[in-house]
Design a protein around this ligand. Structure first.
Ligand code: ASP
Ligand code: MG
Length: 407
């Protein structure tokens, strides 16, 4: 019998009515004779609300306890969905991550999955039941509850699909699929019918919110097809799969942006070996991820180093950098919160030249200043002033003619 894993995001189950609609959808597919494993996220903004509550009580809440708290969101969702399915006469049973054996490492609030038990789920599927599993959570060796990092339910779904050898892993979202740009910003953004894992991965890490980046990585490694589709209508959605030669024909698949970054500049540090190594190892030790880095050409034995990091890490990053800058006798440390990163992504870039020039041209026509540039094989990113993001994304989208043809 065909087996599908279906993942429903928080907005798909945000009210009793929505929960019932989702149950209706699952039940009608089940009736057609398909085995279904459902993964759900916490309803609506519940995870954010729980985090806020913890921070109202303490400045830096304990990570272990945060996991115990956050896991409750998904636990509510699975029980409610199971109740909804049963009320429709569809046999179902809910399980938490620990109950089905989603085993993780011990890294609280951003744990990695190390093993997924399939036995229990298989035996319940054989009884004809729909199995509902809480996303985003697992259990470590010490039997402690862990969570997988924000958006981690996508990862739960892919890991289950791999362990159960599911035919496909479907992601029901409040959007119609993956677009050439965020339709909220770009009016004629076009829905993509297929996209490669690598492009999706770059899009996710460049700021597109559609799928969790680690889930795409996992799916790529295990060859799991991901189908992103809308919860609230029957349109086709987008398939994320291995690259085909046809995909290479399109130069650019999409334009993304990330407004959650900030920039730190260290002015006039000594221009000698070991400086960058020292600065960035201190940041690494403080568990701060750095994204783009530029170092200017030195003058009079000094040079400037700028880098971007997640804005939520800015305070912590500044403390580390200021301390190191003092040791190095750097002139000053500057912070800029008003930046954003805009990226173009496409596997076709590998075989087409002039992509960067075209992107920069689009920005220059709009008189948007580029502060930093970085490239990978299939991505070009620039840092611009945050207030210019919408303009930049639209200009680039238009320059590459990515939009729907409107008449
Ligand atoms: N509820 C968690 C979050 O909001 C996990 C998820 O939605 O995938 O991050
Ligand atoms: Mg959520």
């Amino acid at each position: 019998m065909k087996l599908i894993v279906q993942k429903f995001g928080g907005s798909s189950v945000a009210s009793a009515q929505k929960m019932l609609n989702v149950a209706q959808r699952i039940s009608s597919i089940r009736k057609r004779g398909t085995n279904i494993v459902v993964v759900v996220s916490a309803p609506g903004n519940m995870t954010d609300e729980l985090i806020t509550k913890a921070y109202e009580i303490a400045d830096s809440p304990d990570d272990r306890e945060l996991d115990v708290l956050l896991a409750t969101g998904e636990q509510q969702a699975i029980a409610l969905l199971s109740i909804a399915l049963k009320s429709l006469g569809c046999e179902a049973i809910s399980f938490t991550g620990p109950q089905v054996g989603i085993v993780t490492n011990g890294n609280h609030t951003k744990a990695r999955i190390v093993r997924v038990g399939a036995k229990k789920i298989k035996s319940v599927l054989n009884q004809g039941k729909v199995v509902i599993v809480a996303g985003f959570q697992g259990v470590n060796k010490k039997q402690e509850i862990t969570t997988l990092g924000r958006g981690g339910s996508d990862l739960t779904a892919v890991a289950l699909a791999a362990a159960l050898k599911a035919d496909i892993c479907e992601f029901y979202k409040d959007v119609d699929g993956v677009f050439t740009a965020n339709p909220a910003i770009v009016k004629n953004a076009k829905k993509l019918s297929v996209i490669s894992y690598d492009e999706m991965l770059e899009m996710a890490s460049a700021g597109a919110q559609v799928l969790n980046a680690r889930s795409v990585e996992f799916a790529k490694n295990y060859g799991i097809r991901m189908h992103v589709r809308p919860t609230f209508n029957n349109s086709e959605g987008t398939i994320v799969m291995a690259e085909t030669t046809a995909m290479e024909k399109t130069v650019i698949s999409g334009v993304t942006y990330n407004k959650d970054e900030a920039k730190i500049t260290v002015r006039a540090v000594p221009d000698r070996p070991g400086i960058a190594a020292l600065l960035f190892s201190k940041l690494g030790q403080a568990d701060i991820n750095v994204d783009m880095i530029i170092q200017n050409i030195g003058a009079e034995g000094k040079s400037d180093i700028s880098f971007t990091l997640e804005r939520e890490n800015l305070k912590k990053g500044l403390l580390v950098v200021k301390k190191t800058a003092r040791q190095l006798k750097a002139k000053e440390v500057l912070a800029d919160e008003n930046i954003a990163k805009v990226s173009v992504i496409g596997v076709g870039m590998r075989s087409h030249s002039g992509v960067a020039a075209k992107m920069f041209m689009a920005l220059s026509k709009m008189k948007i200043n580029i502060q930093m540039i970085s490239t990978s094989e299939i991505k070009i990113s620039v840092v611009v002033d945050r207030k210019d993001v919408d303009k930049a994304v639209n200009a680039i989208h238009q320059e590459f003619k990515l939009g729907r043809v409107t008449t």
